[in-house]
Design a protein around this ligand. Structure first.
Ligand SMILES: *Cc1c(COP(=O)(O)O)cnc(C)c1O
Length: 438
């Protein structure tokens, strides 16, 4: 993008200038619709994902004993965090009306991040497709049979490749290697050493780049194209990933009902999702809007140096604008969110679905990381803390949104759900280092 284009964009979108200056902003989506629809994706794909995951539950129970107690379902709990709410109010001098909950995807089985939804699903779907096509497996079979050596040998003929900042690679690697696939993970420079080491230990091939996520994805895509036995998991475009993430919505609805938490006009639900390329938060947002309609208000959270979804939606340019185009360097300690260019597919779908986006500083993430540990005994990786600032940003900078949607009088009955996207696999030395950064 040349400086003329940049200048014009800043004129047209004054808030973009604030984003370029790394101010923390709340961008309100004026294209939000009460009943959004999209031609790019259908609910049927989510239902298929649900069914596929169910067929694999017997296999997952055998291969990941931690899944015994959930009968093979990969799910996390919701938890109230009143002490964290109080700490945020004290330390940041903000008000958070309503209750603060956390969705514990940091504790998801298999890979300890939200990627255990989308990433695991796409690997399973691919494995099922190959197995069914071989004629040796039928949909009615007990999939536990896939844990046998015979099937491992079968999957060894095939390769799965992926580009990642860390957690997606980890999920694909763990699940893919368990089945017997060759796995090649193209890692961006942000990826943490321990994630690469763990993958290599599981037998995956890790290729490192001294470049950011977009480059790692592109390299992976190109290498995979040349190999007919290789399936590339395309984080920038994959509808399977999106469908896997979207399955979370129905499960959350059941959990809220079980906890007697109403979601309706008088009890609005606000959900804050850390956003990288957009697939994870996008899938969840899609599912939630389908189920809760206008009573759920969804905000994506991004680091001030990597606000790709914020600027893509704000300008309507989606993947045609990168954070570098407005002078940002895409350098953040929130490695899961270090993405400079958003998914075009997800950005397009989200146009009418989400309420807005906001940005956070790395320092805020580390302060929150310490507070959550101290007050709630809750450890989340830095990326996952981006969601903690949603309720306060909204209250401080989003009064016009609350007024426009007649929410002001209902805020005391509001539920704020912070989507905790990762953290349970972070090694203890790394935790200590993070905790020291407050
Ligand atoms: C991947 C990831 C996200 C965001 O998901 P995207 O699909 O990249 O938008 C958020 N938090 C953590 C910890 C992640 O690993």
């Amino acid at each position: 993008m040349n400086s003329n284009d940049q200048h014009e964009l800043f004129q047209q979108f004054p808030q973009l200038k604030e984003v370029a200056n790394q101010h923390t902003v709340l961008w309100e989506n004026t294209n939000w619709l009460a009943k959004p629809t999209t031609s790019l994706f259908s609910l049927q794909e989510v239902e298929e994902a649900q069914e596929t995951l169910l067929r694999f539950s017997s296999y997952l129970k055998v291969t990941f004993p931690e899944l015994m107690k959930s009968d093979g379902l990969i799910e996390s709990s919701i938890k109230s965090i009143p002490a964290m709410k109080q700490a945020l109010e004290e330390v940041f001098g903000v008000t958070i009306p309503g209750q603060l909950l956390v969705k514990c995807d940091h504790a998801l089985p298999i890979s300890g991040s939200i990627k255990a939804r989308g990433g695991v699903y796409e690997v399973l779907k691919h494995a099922e497709r190959l197995a069914l096509a071989s004629g040796k497996l039928k949909e009615e079979d007990n999939y536990a049979v896939l844990a046998t050596e015979e099937w491992q040998t079968f999957f060894q003929q095939y390769t799965i490749a992926v580009g990642s900042t860390g957690n997606l690679g980890l999920s694909i690697g763990i699940m893919g290697k368990k089945l017997g696939f060759n796995v090649v993970v193209h890692m961006s420079s942000d990826a943490k050493e321990w994630k690469k080491a763990m993958l290599r230990e599981k037998g995956a091939t890790v290729i490192e780049y001294q470049a950011d996520y977009s480059v790692a994805v592109e390299q992976g895509r190109q290498e995979a194209v040349q190999d007919p036995m290789c399936h590339f998991i395309d984080d920038e475009n994959s509808k399977d990933l999106f469908a896997g993430y979207a399955v979370a919505a129905k499960r959350l609805k059941d959990q809220l009902e079980e906890a007697d938490i109403a979601v309706d006009k008088a009890h609005p639900l606000f959900v804050y999702l850390p956003c990288g390329v957009g697939g994870g938060p996008g899938g969840v947002a899609y599912g939630l809007r389908e189920l809760f309609g206008e009573h759920v208000h969804i905000f994506f959270a991004e680091p001030v140096a990597s606000p790709c979804m914020t600027i893509g939606l704000m300008t309507g340019l989606h993947d045609a604008i990168s954070v570098e185009d407005i002078g940002l360097n895409n350098k953040t300690e929130a490695d899961g969110l270090a993405v400079g260019r958003a998914s075009k597919f997800v950005g397009k779908v989200m146009e009418h679905y989400i309420s807005g986006c906001y940005t956070v500083t790395d320092q805020e993430l580390f302060t929150s990381l310490s507070l959550a540990m101290e007050r709630e005994g809750l450890f989340l990786e830095p990326s996952a803390h981006a969601g903690m600032f949603g309720a306060s940003r909204l209250w401080q900078k989003g009064q016009s949104y609350l007024e426009k949607h007649s929410l002001v009088n209902h805020m005391d009955q509001a539920t704020h759900l912070v989507w905790a996207t990762g953290g349970s696999m972070v090694p203890s030395a790394m935790r200590t280092a993070y905790l020291a950064k407050r």
